[in-house]
Write a protein that binds this ligand. Structure first.
Ligand code: SAH
Ligand code: SF4
Length: 363
């Protein structure tokens, strides 16, 4: 049993079974999620016998670090993690602005607001599955197929792993995006449980608004997510403005058409009053023309939303080319003229295959 798979209630029950007082569960919870302990010996506030019991009955090691890869820009680190069943997953840390460059931040106390400022962003991109069943043609994870779901604890543990690494440098995780390997809404329960566990104020206390879930557009789950009303950000991978071209890239569009996805997005905005993001990988000559931008704007009209476009990242299984800087700028301009806000995202970590859609559990 992986300790990170337990929520506070299950941990409390386990300790009850061991005839331990209830406050012990709280102590373990704080050890795991506030002090970021990753082995029973670190829990010096527990009795030796309880530490031994923990060591015998639960595991604190969700995976082994296989390799680290740092991008040449110095701002992206990808870690390849080996699960006990030998499956590999990837988790990526992206830095925006180094505290060493900013004396004000350098001298500030850990966890101060300065450490959470925009210049000091530390964004984690984590995985929810080994592989992915959705088969999007331009995505390396899709190209490898589906292996298995990650447990909630395996999702949580990726965050704690980087949180410990950052703590050594007096830094903190500021944003978490569920945009690594896998489709989070295909593994709905484990993904939302992981978010809720990390969100717990008596533990890791990571604000809901600092999470972003990205989905390929699984309609029933978008509606369920809307009903559950978490303050988590939602991004939808759209990539095309008509069903014919979307189905050629995203096979899931056979099942859920663009209209159905947009209807579900409207419902989400109504229920949560949160702005929704649409993701768009700009592929030269496929979905990057002003005509496509106009078509997209017409479909999104009236919806509280934002388009996040990124030039396609290369993968071995797909021939499409990234759009040029000029065409990307034109795409953005056309959308904005039609009233739809758009940002062109920088490509990150391409040299270490840590960019969007490049994660395939390999170096
Ligand atoms: N399965 C989820 C989240 C993981 S993919 C989803 O599809 O939304 C994260 C983002 O990377 C998605 O928006 C996805 O469409 C995008 N993506 C996949 N392959 C890409 C590529 N080669 N270049 C740029 N973006 C890509
Ligand atoms: Fe899966 Fe997302 Fe890749 Fe599509 S883009 S194959 S849904 S990980």
């Amino acid at each position: 049993m992986l300790i990170y798979d337990l929520d506070l209630d299950s941990l409390t029950k386990l300790l009850q079974e061991w005839d331990e007082p209830a406050y012990r569960a709280k102590q373990i919870w704080q050890g795991l999620y506030q002090h970021l302990y990753d082995s029973p010996e670190q829990f010096t506030n527990l009795s030796k016998s309880l530490r031994e019991k923990l060591a015998e009955n639960v595991t604190f090691a969700p995976f082994k670090v296989k390799t680290y890869l740092d991008s040449s820009d110095g701002f992206t680190r990808k870690t390849l993690l080996e699960l006990p069943d030998k499956n590999l997953i990837e988790a990526v840390l992206m830095k925006y602005g180094d505290p060493a460059d900013n004396p004000q931040i350098k001298t500030s106390a850990p966890n101060s607001e300065n450490l959470r400022g925009a210049k000091n962003r530390r964004t984690l991109c984590i995985s929810t599955q080994v592989g992915c069943a959705m088969g999007c043609v331009f995505c390396a994870t899709g190209q490898m197929g589906f292996k298995r779901h990650l447990s909630s604890g395996e999702i949580v543990a990726q965050v704690l792993f980087y949180a410990r690494m950052l703590k050594e440098r007096n830094e903190v995780v500021t944003n978490i995006v569920l945009m690594g390997m896998g489709e989070p809404f295909h593994n709905y329960d484990n993904t939302t449980e992981a978010i809720d566990r990390l969100n717990d104020p008596s533990g890791f206390n990571f604000g809901a608004r600092r999470f972003t879930i990205s989905t390929v557009g699984l309609v029933p789950q978008i509606r369920r997510f809307a009903d559950e009303k978490r303050q988590v950000n939602l991004a939808i991978s759209l990539h095309a403005a008509d069903d014919e071209s979307r189905v050629a890239m995203l096979p899931v569009n056979k099942r859920y058409k663009i209209d159905d996805v947009i209807e579900a997005c409207k419902y989400y905005v109504e229920q949560t009053h949160r702005r929704i993001t649409f993701e768009w990988a700009l592929i030269h000559g496929v979905n990057d023309s002003p005509e496509v931008a106009k078509k997209l704007a017409a479909r999104l009209k009236g919806l509280m939303c934002h388009v996040n476009a990124i030039p396609l990242n290369p993968t071995t299984g797909y021939n499409g080319q990234a759009t040029s800087r000029e065409r990307a700028a034109k795409f953005k301009e056309t959308l904005e003229q039609a009233g739809i806000p758009c940002t062109i995202r920088m490509r990150r970590g391409i040299d270490i295959h840590a960019g969007c859609g490049q994660l395939a559990g390999a170096v």
